[in-house]
Write a protein that binds this ligand. Structure first.
Ligand SMILES: [Zn+2]
Length: 140
């Protein structure tokens, strides 16, 4: 199922942890609506700007999956409002700066990037329709 021009629901439901543990990570309808907004308002404009595919490392997480990956209790991944992303050949600190300087978002987090490897970790970006805080920080 397509969420927007370049993103499918399957990319956001996919999780190796869910597969390994037999967790059913199917998104309910209200989550799908949030994922569509995330794609249309945050990810598609970024994809257009970069002209490169965006890889979704973690999108939607049901509660069981969120617990399994030690996600925070009120994670925006539970609502389909957030995605952990990476883009080929763009160091994560650079991707973080591009989003910070050019786009609207709710939270933007540069997560778990090791000082000696700018391709480690990922960039977390969220969209909270009509309530975007434009908060950004580094974690880990
Ligand atoms: Zn995240």
């Amino acid at each position: 199922m397509k969420l927007s021009n370049n993103f499918s629901l399957e990319e956001f439901e996919h999780s190796y942890v869910a597969i390994a543990r037999g967790i059913n990570n199917k998104a309910p309808e209200e989550v799908i609506n949030n994922l569509k907004k995330l794609c249309e308002n945050a990810l598609e404009p970024l994809r257009q700007y970069l002209n490169k595919p965006i890889k979704i490392l973690s999108g939607y997480r049901c509660e069981e999956l969120n617990n399994a990956v030690n996600g925070v209790k009120n994670s925006q991944h539970l609502l389909g409002c957030a995605a952990d992303i990476t883009v080929e050949n763009i160091p994560h600190p650079e991707l973080f700066e591009i989003i910070k300087n050019h786009f609207e978002f709710d939270q933007l987090i540069l997560e778990y990037v090791k000082p000696n490897n700018s391709f480690s970790g990922w960039v977390h970006v969220s969209w909270n329709e009509n309530k975007n805080r434009n908060k950004y920080f580094k974690l880990g």
